[in-house]
Write a protein that binds this ligand. Structure first.
Ligand SMILES: C[S@@+](CC[C@H](N)C(=O)[O-])C[C@H]1O[C@@H](n2cnc3c(N)ncnc32)[C@H](O)[C@@H]1O
Length: 280
């Protein structure tokens, strides 16, 4: 009897585990059929996958700029820790294509939601590191005004060098912490879009990024294929910052990371003055 009960329970656990694993690997839009009430997003969409790489759509001038950037990145990487990737082709796939993959969701959601032209958008990349995705987006969209925000001085020195070798005139490098800039009126609520990739979990990122976004603007976080729990844990923080989750967008990236998710939040109200809080 005991053995039968044990076998029955084990079979149930195995079944639930395999369903969980199966669901985790579905695109976001289909995952939500299994978790209908988990995330309070206004739209759950999957972008069409791109058969050709985003890089191929760039002009030859832009492709050259990307090549100069990669050269500088790998050269300086020998002296300072900028990336774990050390091969040109890998940088192209893991960093360039992965950054460019964020463009369609940014463009689509901005055009469908924000009442201003996308051509001269003001974007801040929070925790840009060596310029990802911000510097790559600045190359792809020369009409945008891009601010690269980074707290580490030596990375900012590299960023200034990268801006110089690529000949970009639409990029400003700012050294500082997002928590401080969010309380500085020259930056607070001054951007149409804030982006962040590989900086912190969503709950923390919301407090870094949303104070910088104007009312009606967007915060776009680049995440992996399974951000459900992270997003759920961040819902309260996003609301506190005056925003709501507008869209979860699966992005077919040409990078080896495969499917990525763009989490898109829209700023509905001004952020209360006490946010972002001082980390010290
Ligand atoms: C893991 S790196 C990711 C860099 C880049 N976004 C990428 O995708 O490769 C995180 C970067 O965020 C910076 N950073 C972390 N917290 C920050 C903050 N509060 N304000 C500004 N930069 C921050 C770090 O110095 C680091 O360069």
């Amino acid at each position: 009897m005991m053995v039968r009960l044990y076998l029955y329970r084990s079979a149930n656990i195995m079944f639930l585990f395999s369903i969980g694993t199966f669901v985790k690997h579905l695109p976001i839009s289909q995952q939500n059929a299994f978790y209908p009430r988990r995330i309070n997003a206004k739209r759950i969409v999957t972008t069409s996958s791109h058969n050709s790489s985003c890089f191929e759509t760039l002009t030859s001038r832009q492709k050259n700029q990307i090549h100069h950037y990669i050269e500088a990145l790998l050269d300086w990487n020998q002296k300072m820790n900028l990336t774990a990737v050390t091969d040109v082709n890998e940088v192209m796939k893991r960093h360039i294509e992965d950054s460019l993959a964020m463009l369609p969701p940014i463009r689509d959601s901005y055009v469908s939601h924000c009442n201003s032209s996308i051509d001269n958008l003001k974007l801040v990349d929070v925790g840009t590191g060596p310029g990802l995705p911000g510097l790559v987006l600045a190359i792809a969209c020369p009409g945008w005004k891009v601010t690269l925000l980074e707290s580490m001085n030596k990375r900012c020195v590299f960023l200034e060098h990268a801006v110089s070798v690529t000949g970009l005139s639409n990029v400003e490098v700012v050294r500082g912490r997002a928590e401080s800039l969010g309380q500085n009126d020259s930056f607070r609520e001054q951007f149409d879009v804030a982006v962040a990739r590989a900086v912190a979990e969503m709950r923390v990122l919301a407090e870094y990024c949303l104070p910088l976004v104007r009312v009606g603007g967007l915060f776009v976080a680049a995440k992996g294929h399974d951000p459900q729990v992270e997003v759920q844990n961040a819902e309260k923080s996003i609301q506190l910052m005056g925003a709501s989750i507008f869209q979860l967008c699966s992005v077919e990236s040409h990078s080896p990371y495969g499917q990525r998710t763009a989490i898109i939040c829209v700023k509905d109200h001004p952020t209360p003055r006490k946010y972002p809080r001082d980390p010290d």
